[in-house]
Design a binder for this molecule. Structure first.
Ligand code: DGY
Length: 328
């Protein structure tokens, strides 16, 4: 492209070092504060910029894309998940979409293990006791949780993050099982010592811990629906660091309340920040505010990926992290 700097709109505030580098390279407009951009502001930005840098709080559907200006050629998403963007319609309108895979794998996998431990070892309950100042000292029968070593972990979605969860879980002595659209190569399966289940139902009914690590797509929406949740052992727990939409949150809440599932660790929710209030009341549930990938290092690396994708586009080359519609 020519010497004129690309006009880039970032919808949210990004780490300072990322904003600084972005402003050096491009003609950047940053959101005035860190709130999500209104739909009107998003539409206006998409009419006037060359590149939009949204994130998961921006719902870029067909109706918004229809209002985009001819200038808009790239949506460089700040994040790996692109379920908030209608990638197929963007592509039809000649708008490329990129994302930031790989750099949040370890952080998200770490948080998955943290949730498994938090739920099974009752860490938030212990913390609450200490913070309330009501702890009376050690007792042989107090705060007994479960041992994760030896338990069967079922990973739903064995992409980068699922595999990173598998490695960590094996180090904790868990037995790894997985269900994925495609079976892993035999050497990867052997390295991870992971057992493949073609039938998700069969895996769900046999594991002690279910971990959701698949993206949200039309085919994974409510994959863990009421019928499938009922297949879980009553002693099993479920953790989700992917997208809330994969689990039927109301059905899960009902079953947790009824003691039909032993516990849950949730970093993501079906309706974003609108968390089912009944979930908040349950002692066997650990809730986190979608912070699975929230490390300083990860957020900066996500920004670097965004910059590389925009720069590569500017230089007229194929984007390293181009999202193709069939991936959704
Ligand atoms: C992503 O990148 O999709 C993550 O969920 C953001 O935290």
């Amino acid at each position: 492209m020519g010497a004129k700097k690309l006009s880039v709109v970032a919808t949210r505030r990004l780490p300072e070092v990322v904003e600084t580098r972005m402003s050096e390279l491009f003609d950047v407009t940053l959101g005035p504060d860190d709130g999500p951009m209104s739909r009107e502001a998003l539409a206006a930005a998409m009419r006037n910029c060359d590149v939009l840098v949204p994130c998961l709080s921006d719902h870029i559907d067909g109706a918004l894309l229809a209002q985009a200006g001819d200038r808009l050629k790239l949506i460089a998403n700040y994040g790996a998940g692109v379920d908030h963007i209608d990638v197929a319609t963007a592509r039809q309108r000649g708008i490329l979409v990129s994302n930031t895979p790989g750099v949040l794998t370890d952080d998200t996998a770490d948080m998955t293990l943290a949730l498994i431990l938090a739920v099974t070892r009752r860490i938030p309950e212990g913390l609450a006791l200490m913070q309330a100042g009501t702890w009376k000292g050690w007792s042989p029968t107090a705060m007994m949780g479960g041992r994760i070593s030896g338990r069967r972990l079922g990973i739903l979605g064995m992409g980068r993050i699922g595999q990173a969860v598998a490695r960590r879980a094996a180090a904790f002595g868990m037995q790894v099982h997985y269900h994925n659209r495609h079976r892993l190569r035999p050497e990867t399966e052997a390295e991870l010592e992971a057992t493949y289940w073609e039938s998700l139902d069969q895996m769900v009914s046999r594991v002690d811990v279910m971990s959701i690590n698949c993206p949200h797509t039309p085919s994974t929406f409510h994959l863990m629906n009421a019928r499938r949740l009922k297949l879980m052992k009553p002693t099993a727990v479920i953790v989700n660091t992917s997208r809330g939409e994969v689990i039927d949150e109301n059905a899960l809440t009902r079953m947790l309340r009824a003691g039909e599932i032993a516990g849950a660790g949730l970093d993501v929710f079906e309706h974003g920040a609108e968390v089912n209030p009944r979930l908040r009341e349950l002692p066997n549930v650990v809730l986190l505010p979608h912070m699975g990938s929230a490390t300083v290092e990860g957020r900066i690396e996500m920004g670097e990926k965004v910059l590389i994708n925009i720069k590569t586009f500017d230089d007229g080359h194929r984007l390293p992290d181009l999202v193709i519609p069939s991936m959704q």
